[in-house]
Write a new protein. Structure first.
Ligand SMILES: Cc1cc2nc3c(=O)[nH]c(=O)nc-3n(C[C@H](O)[C@H](O)[C@H](O)COP(=O)(O)O)c2cc1C
Length: 364
């Protein structure tokens, strides 16, 4: 299928199998966030595998430029899983075939998202409303993908009265799914309450295919605690990575019995500068500066003096000025680990805020 696209779009050769293990933390799919620069930043800190933002199977069929933009990748962005959403088997299977032709190899179906744009189509967590259709979609995708290259990211179900995830996951396993990720909350819960890690332990006990955990992994300590408590095969960081991409290095240190690496102001500055560089490498300085106005506060939002930096960023129109601001606010080797808190409790990414609202909130 032809597509008009002005970004690099060249998936590198993908491995036969995805890296799965205690010491192989993944970056979760994050609509509005897990784009190419952010994925590569996370990889530099040790993310073993990354998942794209969710991509509409129908959008791909109608060849939307924005859909292909979300798929922008480069050979270093490997291994890569493309997450799709939709509720019509022919579109979903076609999406897998089209993307395979373009060089992508691993695919995931979103069965967890409940934002209106997705659930109106019966997609995301709304797939739990019609499990026969969900099974037909899964079968068509599994057949379109290489054996073992199709995975599924599930919530528990729609609400307390509808939690069919385990039977459905067993069906997926029988059909040939390569792995399951479970975010153990119902759709109705949104991001409220606590993720029920005990369901992850159940998934691990009942399924033979690998199980990845998602849910309330705000710090590397949370990730390792989840591995130990549930026995899952690996973890995916979502909100934890949004505020701290170095979470992957921290995870690797902890699972290997090492202390957490230090976090100085200089480390933060280097991380932000690297994120800027990865965005501007795509050739658009104006966009890089615009994006950084929201990205910088995300990384440093609990540091003293952040309000002033935020105000200055509003008037910042060049990368040179951004550099000067970072030097002014983040110069020095001072250890800031204590003042940097995790994403827990941040109104943007917690409570009942949907990912879409969170995203809109951050952009506003
Ligand atoms: C801003 C945002 C965007 C998200 N986008 C997606 C998405 O595109 N696909 C998906 O399956 N999950 C998405 N999620 C859910 C996360 O991948 C993850 O399952 C969820 O945040 C629970 O993990 P956490 O509590 O460790 O953040 C998103 C979450 C957030 C906060």
């Amino acid at each position: 299928m032809a597509h008009s696209f002005d970004f690099p779009l060249a998936p590198g050769p993908q491995p036969d199998r995805l890296p799965i293990g205690r010491d192989k933390p993944w970056l979760a799919p994050l609509a509005g966030y897990s784009d190419l620069p952010f994925r590569n930043l996370c990889r530099e800190y040790g993310a073993a595998c990354c998942v794209t933002e969710m991509v509409s199977a129908k959008g791909l069929a109608y060849n939307g430029t924005n859909t292909w933009r979300v798929l922008a990748t480069v050979p270093e962005d490997t291994p890569l899983v493309v997450q799709l959403f939709g509720a019509e088997a022919p579109f979903l299977a076609d999406a897998v075939r089209t993307l395979r032709e373009a060089g992508y190899s691993f695919f995931d179906l979103n069965m967890g998202c409940s934002v209106p744009k997705v659930s109106r189509q019966g997609a995301g967590s709304a797939m739990f409303r019609d499990l026969e259709n969900a099974a037909a979609c899964a079968k068509a995708m599994i057949e379109a993908a290489e054996p073992g290259h199709m995975s599924f990211k599930l919530r528990l179900g729609l609400n307390e009265e509808n939690k069919p995830w385990l039977d459905f996951a067993l069906r997926l396993e029988d059909m040939g799914a390569g792995l399951i990720t479970l975010h153990p909350r119902t759709a109705r819960q949104g991001f409220g309450g606590e993720a029920r890690w005990e369901e992850l332990a159940r998934a691990k006990e009942k399924l033979s295919i690998p199980v990845l955990a998602s849910g309330d992994l705000f710090t590397a300590e949370d990730g390792v605690r989840c591995l130990d408590a549930t026995g899952v095969d690996g973890v995916m960081y979502a909100r934890g990575a949004l505020t701290n991409p170095a979470i992957f290095a921290e995870h690797t240190a902890l699972v290997n019995g090492r202390n957490l690496p230090a976090r100085s102001k200089a480390d933060l500055k280097a991380m932000i500068s690297r994120h800027v560089a990865l965005i501007s490498a795509l050739g658009d300085e104006e966009n890089a500066v615009f994006r950084l106005r929201s990205i910088v506060p995300r990384y440093v939002r609990t540091l003293p003096g952040i309000r002033k930096l935020r105000q200055e960023l509003c008037h910042c129109t060049s990368l040179a000025r951004l550099d000067a601001l970072l030097e002014e606010f983040l110069g020095g080797e001072e250890d800031v680990a204590e003042v940097l808190t995790d994403a827990r409790g941040n109104a943007l990414y917690s409570g009942n805020t949907s990912p879409e609202q969170a995203w809109a909130g951050e952009k506003a």
